[in-house]
Design a protein around this ligand. Structure first.
Ligand code: UDX
Length: 459
């Protein structure tokens, strides 16, 4: 008689390891990819840091291994992604912890042999440890193809004088990477620029050292940008295998925060296409005055809305701190929750628009449901994603500058009830059809997954 473990071992000839960067926007697509590969008969071992540790109980089909990350407590507490990436890599490079964990994972003969490890591009230290053990790495880029193409172009952008960014040139077009402008190139304060430059260059190095690149996008969305990457990079495969959340059979189960599902019943009671869903992702923050303007903008718009206010959305406070009288003003029409089952919300019949910070996952999730967007990018790749939403795909528009209640209320009206919003909605519906096409059998992303599985067996 066979134990369950024996049966699994017989069925699954090979194993892949996956190691996401420990942030929500990076964890989700990595676990979605893991789920797709598991569905194709591969065993999966998930390596994860102690920082933002994952809950193995949510994925009984995977094996989980915790890795010491060495992130100093004060850096971890800052929540700032760029310093955390650098500190984590530095600590991992200074110790043998990753190497030792990997060595013991590879030596576990109760598991099928590992073909390769999928890593986030921000984990160069992990790539090096794998390489020292002879384990090939594959990179999952969790951002857009345009974004990675921009990483690769960073030295050129410096050489050609666009970077470091000058305040007076933020709207200068970057003719080498249309339709981007200087402000869309990952610009931060000039004091942080060297840090950003270092992180992007290390991400490119991680990919160059790897046996392939998977980008969470699809051919019809970013054909020219994917071509640019393929021309620049000399790695065995560059595959556009997204949107991964649509390929994965389980869309939930990787949230670091508890999802408030009460919003689903609330949505059931709203009219078709009437609700604006508002979320600024997992990291963006604002000050109390800005929160107040957003709140009154939503109230004054007269539109039904579902708004995600994370506990840490407002800098330096614990708890939402919504303005006095707001609850009464929006009673029955607006709902505020700390964290949403976002993919389900976006797919709900009642949702007709998305006010987003344009993190890449949120952008793809909005595109996948054919929703027009109001864009309010905060940092990193978000400005670039907004630029594509507005100038390339035409599925939304940016709410630029200072957050101010009248401006916000007008933008909401424009998106939900006026001609400009209607045009964006039509384009979004067209784009949704292209998403469906790439996911059909014989569609570009399905073919990319076939190729990926073949590539994994060849490693
Ligand atoms: C952002 C970036 O844009 C990313 O590229 C960068 O590296 C890190 O910061 P994030 O703010 O997490 O990422 O946004 P996004 O990429 O949109 O990912 C957020 C994820 O959380 C999405 O998958 C979304 O569905 C999910 N989410 C968000 C919820 O499940 N519930 C919510 O209430 C809000």
């Amino acid at each position: 008689s066979h134990s369950h473990g024996d049966v699994r071992r017989q069925e699954r000839a090979r194993r892949v390891l996956v190691f996401p960067l420990p942030f929500q926007g990076h964890i989700n697509p990595m676990l979605q990819l893991a789920d797709v590969l598991h569905g194709r008969g591969l065993a999966v071992t998930v390596l994860h840091t102690q920082f933002n540790a994952l809950d193995p109980a949510l994925h009984p089909e995977f094996t989980f291994v915790a890795v010491p990350d060495g992130i100093p407590a004060d850096v971890a507490a800052s929540g700032s992604i760029i310093p955390i990436i650098l500190a984590m890599n530095a600590a991992m490079e200074a110790s043998s912890a990753v190497h030792d964990v990997l060595a013991s994972v590879l030596a576990d003969d109760g598991q099928p042999p590992a073909a390769c490890m999928f890593i986030d591009a921000n984990l160069l230290a992990v790539q090096k440890a794998a390489s020292a053990l002879g384990l090939p790495t594959m990179v999952l880029r969790t951002g857009s193809a345009a974004c990675f193409s921009c990483f690769l172009a960073y030295p050129m952008l410096h050489h050609n004088g666009y970077l470091p960014p000058k305040e007076s040139q933020l709207y200068t077009p970057v003719k080498e990477l249309p339709p981007l402008r200087v402000r869309d190139l990952f610009v931060t304060s000039s004091s942080d620029h060297e840090m950003v430059r270092k992180v992007l260059s290390r991400a490119s190095e991680t990919v160059r050292n790897s046996s392939g690149l998977v980008v969470n996008t699809f051919d019809a969305l970013e054909a020219a940008e994917l071509d640019r990457i393929r021309r620049e990079l000399d790695v065995p495969v560059v595959l556009a295998a997204g949107p991964l959340h649509k390929l994965s059979s389980r869309s939930t189960g990787s949230s670091l925060l508890r999802e408030d599902r009460s919003c689903m019943e609330w949505l059931d009671k709203q009219a078709v296409g009437s609700v604006l869903y508002v979320s600024f992702g997992s990291l963006a923050s604002m000050d109390g005055a800005e929160l107040c303007e957003v709140a009154w903008g939503l109230a004054d718009s007269g539109q039904p809305f579902l708004w995600v206010v994370r506990r840490d959305l407002v800098r330096g406070s614990d708890g939402p701190g919504l303005p006095e009288g707001f609850d009464r003003a929006v009673e029955g029409r607006g709902k505020v929750i700390p964290w949403a089952p976002q993919q389900e919300v976006l797919a709900h019949f009642a949702v007709g628009g998305f006010w987003t910070h344009n993190g890449w996952n949120s952008t793809l999730e909005g595109v996948g449901e054919g929703l027009p967007m109001i864009c309010m990018p905060h940092f990193a790749d978000q400005m670039m994603n907004t630029r594509y939403v507005e100038a390339v795909w035409g599925v939304g528009f940016e709410l630029e500058g200072k957050k101010e209640r009248n401006k916000i209320a007008k933008a909401i009206q424009k998106l939900m009830n006026e001609r400009e919003g209607e045009l964006a909605r039509e384009k979004a519906r067209e784009l949704k059809k292209k998403v469906a096409a790439c996911l059909e059998s014989g569609g570009s992303s399905m073919l990319a997954i076939d190729k990926l599985v073949e590539h994994i067996s060849s490693l």
